[in-house]
Structure formats: C-alpha cells, structure tokens
Design a protein around this ligand. Sequence first.
Ligand SMILES: [Zn+2]
Length: 442
Amino acid sequence: MPTLRRGTRIALTDGSTVTVGRFLGAGGQGEVYAATDNDGNDKALKWFTNPSLLADSRFAASMAARCQATPPGTSFLWPQALTVPYGSAFGYIMPLKPANYIELGDFFCIDRNPEAYFRSSTARLNAAIAIADSFSRLHLAGCCYQDINDGNFFADPFTGDILICDNENIVVNGHGHNIAGKPRYMAPEVAAGARPSTASDRLSLAVVLYRIFMTDHPFEGIATASGRYRCLSPEDEAIAFGSNAVFCHDADNASNRPHPELHPNSLRFWPAIPQTLKKAFQVSLSSKSLANPEARPASSRWKTLLCNLRSCLLTCHADRSEPVHDFLADTTLPPLCPRCGKPMAPFATLAFDIHHPYRLSAGKSLFLGDSLTAEGRCSTMNVRGRGVVLGLENTGTRTWTVQMPSGKAATASPGCSVVFADGCKIDFGTCRASVIFPTPCL
Ligand SMILES: [Zn+2]
C-alpha cells in the first residue's frame, strides 16, 4: 500500500513544490512515485520509509550534500532537491526514467520481461562500458556506491544506454552507514559485517559485468546446486556467495563449474567472449580477489579493457536472410561469422598512434580511445572505378585531415565522408591513424 496519495503536494527545500503522481515501486529503503514539478516537468520522487534511515540524522545531512553535488557522470539519476519533512518522512526528486529503459535484473531473468534482452553485442558492450565508466568516475571522485546490484540499473535494450538509480547510497569512501548491500552482490567482507567501500564496489561491479555478458551468476555452479545449498537460508546464502564463494570459471578451482541444466548461459556464452575478458573475470572474481579487497582491479581498468574490446566488434551483413548482426571477435579472427557461418565481410583496421587498433565494418561507429561519444560511422560507398568500398562518415564536431597514398591531402568536415584506401592516413585532431585495408588478422 503506497504511503503517499496521488495528488498530494509536497514542498521542497528549494521553495518549490511537487505533486505526487502514480506509484512506481518500492524497495528496502522506500518508495518511488512519478511526480510533477511547478513547471509541469515530469520527475521521480523517492520517498524514504525505512525507519532506521529516517532516524539517522547523518543520512539526512548526506542526502542534502548529495543534492548539492555535481553528478560524476551522465548515467546517474541524481538527486535534485530534498523535500521538507512530510508526516514523519522525507524524500527527494530526481529525473524520471524514460519508459524505454528496463531494470537490469530483468535482463538476467529470462521469464520476467520478454523485452529485456540486448538486441546486439554492441548494445551489450555499451551497457558494460557505461557502467564501468560511471563507477570509474565515482571512485575517482573519492566516493563509493555501497550497494551495487541488478536493481540499481536501467538499460535501453537497443542501445545499451544505462541509468543508475538509488544514488542516496553514495557516500565518501569509508563513511558508509546503514547500508549493507544485496545478497549475491555483496563482497564477502560486507556479508561478514564490514562497512562497504570502493573495494567492495569493485567486486559487486565484476558480478554485474559478468551477468551482462553471461546472464547467469558467477558464483552459481555445481557446488551451489548441491543438496547442501538447495534451499538457501539467508545464512547459507551469505556463505555460498560470500566466504565460500567460488567463481564458476575459476582458473585454479574447478569445484563449482556451471551446472549443465541450471547454468546453461555460463556454459554457452563463456567460449564466445574474448580471452582478455575471460582473464579479467578470472582475476576479478578469483579466490584471491574475494579474500583480499586490495587485490581487486579498479573500475577504471574495466573501462579501459571494455573500450579496447569495442575496437574488436564486427558487424556482419553476409546473410541477406538475417538482420545485420554483430559479434565480439577475439584478436584471432574466425574465418567465418560465428552467427551465420558465412565468410567474414570486408573490414578495415585503423592503426592509431596512441589508441588500440580499431576494426571498422559497415554499420559500426568509431569511438576514439575511451570516449563515449562516437566520432564517425563506417558504411559501404559506391565509388566510380572501385565499386563498393568501405568509408567513414565524420559524425563528430572536428574536421579531419586525410592524406591519401598518392600524397594528395584533403579534409573531411563534420557530415562528410572519407573513402578508405589501403595506406591512407587520417588526422582526427586528437590522434592519427593509418587505414589498413583489406586488413590482416591483428
Ligand atoms: Zn554473419
């Protein structure tokens, strides 16, 4: 039963008011409503109902500071203003999540929402990059989130764009209070009673990233499916996913491999991801990482790794009876597309002076380094005398300088395209690359 009645007007500490709209949901800390501000703008209202939170004066002070702070990234549904106390409770307003965003937990539970699946490898990777980027920025700002789990994120299944909610959890690292985390996402030391930290965030982040690629849970396997853990009590859960957790693809411990019937996704998708990603999971979810918070890789390393993987994505148009599809290719390319089995379509590689080599095939966007903004888009172009060739449209804001193999120079301003030729060089303003086309295996 929602606490607030629809149509209730609640004052904010900035002097304005919001009108309570429809009830959107509830969690352990409180409820969320749609709301409308004085100017008719749609907002979301988080309304705290947890008695221990409401009784904690430090929490109210922390929330006030959060509203004044600048969000560390664009994915955070950041608190914008506190309400004045109403009844015995209070809350805050934030941007309203657009309807096309689906809770990430639905992506991990196949029968909860039929629309909750990433439509392409590009969308899946974009989601992982957006989450790693957000927590990299948060951690670099000296803060931790404390409670990373599958209910904190909303994803656009077509683009992989991410929104992060429940940002009242964020505190200066080491100053946490009242928050423990969600079972199966908590670091072992937090499950054992320690205060959440940037280091515990790192472990929770690795669990979420694993599930984005594999769907199943990284600590679920034959051991957790055994009779001992069949009906998990909270105490059993804290042990199986805390002090006794074993990664199902642990490099040194095979005791908890995926169960063929219960964890088919961990079995099916693992061989298809690049070696560098497998290695990153085996390090981040290893027994060493579980036992030693200081051994966990930083969120910024995830961002770098995932952005490098973005350069390995390839799109395939070979099978006209199938939609254009994409896949994460390893550094050693298969001769045939893993999805349709047809020979690989032509692609070019940009060999950068300061960035990872970047493969381009028709339909793929170009990102420079770890930027989240695309600078170009690759497509096929019909050129007189050469037939259909690959080229790159400048979708950014800088004018590129292009030097052809003949020595002839040209510019490509935003909206214009470069037709690829083997050996042509492109100066993007912040970095330079040579086009290798047709490309050998990297
Ligand atoms: Zn294909």
